[in-house]
Write a protein that binds this ligand. Structure first.
Ligand code: NDP
Length: 448
């Protein structure tokens, strides 16, 4: 028995923290976790999960419309935000309960309170109680970044968007990344007038240019407005509650809601890390090595708080690798190559590996294959919306080094195809695979 209260004290019960806690406990460690908000963290409570449910809810707008072309006599339908919001929030409550049960069944002690670090092996809870642990894991995630400008407090972030009292007739969304494009699609399908306002002229930086252009073009056709090179100046609240958004290089825009989606910052403020000598980078992220260890040897960090790849499955892998390495006697490093990602826009994007531009820079000679097609379902529905699949191949080895897709169900298809890219398969391997007809995914093995 060690002299410490716990073998491991985890701060933050999100995706990375919960995984690390329960795996460490299953390896026999005495584990406690502190969570100041809700068990489940960003993904479960105010991110991936409720967002995806809203995406499903939103897409019915197109399905209901298209069903008429498939012979269904669909009466005019109306959408009730309160019903969807409350059902989604109830599902979030259910999942939060399950996460709590998981911790409980692994005998992890849960402190539903804020904890800060007061020593390399000591934490303090909000009520002042101090606890010791041989190791401390920081898994506090990230927090929406709201740039400072007059009236910024009138804006909401992805934390509040799931709780809106009413569906806004008009919404301005600041930013051009994941959250901006996903919520632009959601609100547009629900019938809100959506304007995306971006400080630069690029949406979804990091994604393949052709795929980004296709989303922009389809989004505009669906009625989403884009203002580029238009940084926010201020938000003014009118007497009737309407918000007037003042921008550089643009006329003011009126809206019922303004959503700021300008990236997320690591959640380290006030945690006491710098005071005990933990190195943070310029964004406040905990600097860790490949084993998730910080500059203070007893202190580790996983997930968004380390600002490596801000994705839930990556945080889960890091939490698992940490627990297996430190408590399970199985040293494990996370492999960050070919991590697939998706944007749940309308239509969605899925991608893995290098973009065309990256591959040209890194490999020199590449072959590019594209398939630009209208999904069969869209043709019958009269929906003029083309999917685009793009394959990036290393000329020297024939290896497929990147796949980029926009179109119906692209993330579902991409997840399976990512296995082939991760395995280093070649274009010839894709060609040797017989098409599954009729499907959209068959385009992947038919590219000429
Ligand atoms: P992103 O990093 O995707 O996009 C941020 C956007 O905000 C960019 O357009 C950026 O512009 C702009 N921006 C950044 N700083 C400022 C500023 N000071 N003023 C004005 N605009 C600014 O962030 P999100 O907030 O959309 O999402 C946060 C993270 O959450 C993502 O990076 C992703 O890792 C994760 N996420 C993942 C999802 C998924 O996997 N489907 C869904 C939602 C979130 P510029 O391009 O010029 O830098």
């Amino acid at each position: 028995m060690s002299d410490f209260d716990y073998d491991l004290f985890v701060i933050g019960a999100g995706s990375g923290g919960v995984r690390a806690s329960r795996v460490a406990a299953s390896h026999g460690a005495r584990v406690a976790v502190a969570e100041e908000h809700r068990v489940g963290g960003t993904c479960v409570i105010r991110g991936c999960v409720p967002k995806k449910l809203l995406v499903y809810g939103a897409h019915f707008a197109e399905d209901i419309h298209d069903a008429r072309k498939f012979g269904w006599d669909v009466p005019d339908c109306t959408f009730n935000w309160d019903v969807l919001r409350d059902n989604v929030l109830a599902e979030v409550d259910r999942l939060e309960g399950l996460y709590g049960q998981t911790l409980d069944s692994h005998k992890v002690t849960l402190f539903k309170t804020r904890a800060t670090v007061v020593g390399p092996q000591k934490v303090r809870l909000a009520d002042g109680k101090e606890l010791t642990a041989e190791r401390i894991l920081i898994a506090t995630g990230g927090w929406p970044h709201v740039p400072e400008f007059p009236g910024s407090d009138h804006a909401i972030t992805s934390n509040e968007v799931f709780h809106l009292d009413a569906l806004p007739k008009r919404i301005v969304i600041a930013g051009g990344g994941y959250i901006a494009n996903e919520f632009a699609g959601i609100f547009n399908e629900f019938g809100s007038k959506v304007t995306i306002v971006n400080r630069g002229d690029t949406i979804l930086r990091g994604y393949d240019e052709q795929i980004r252009d296709r989303l922009l073009q389809i989004s505009m056709t669906k009625g989403i407005d884009f203002k580029f090179n238009a940084p926010f100046q201020s938000i003014e609240k009118q007497e009737d509650g309407t918000l007037t958004v003042h921008l550089e290089n643009c006329e003011p825009i009126e809206a019922e809601a303004v959503l700021v989606a300008a990236g997320r910052v690591p959640n380290t403020k006030g945690l006491g890390l710098e005071e005990i000598g933990v190195a943070l980078d310029e964004k406040g992220a905990v600097v860790v090595d490949a084993t998730n260890q910080s500059s203070v040897p007893s202190l580790y960090a996983v997930g968004d708080v380390t600002n490596r790849i801000q994705l839930t499955p990556v945080a889960i892998r890091e939490g698992q690798a940490f627990a297996d390495s430190v408590f399970g006697g199985k040293p494990t490093l996370v492999d960050y190559a070919n991590v697939p990602s998706a944007v749940f826009s309308h239509p969605p994007i899925g991608a893995v590996g290098m973009t065309e531009a990256e591959a040209r820079n890194r490999l020199g000679s590449v072959r590019i294959y594209t398939s630009d097609f209208r999904a069969m379902k869209n043709v019958l529905a009269g929906r003029n919306e083309r999917a685009l699949y793009k394959m990036v191949v290393n000329e020297a080895t024939d290896q497929v080094v990147g796949l980029h897709m926009i179109g119906p169900d692209a993330p579902e298809i991409l997840q399976a195809a990512a296995v082939a890219v991760k395995a280093g398969l070649t274009k010839a391997d894709f060609d040797a695979t017989v098409a599954l007809h009729p499907s959209m995914a068959e385009e992947l093995v038919l590219m000429k």
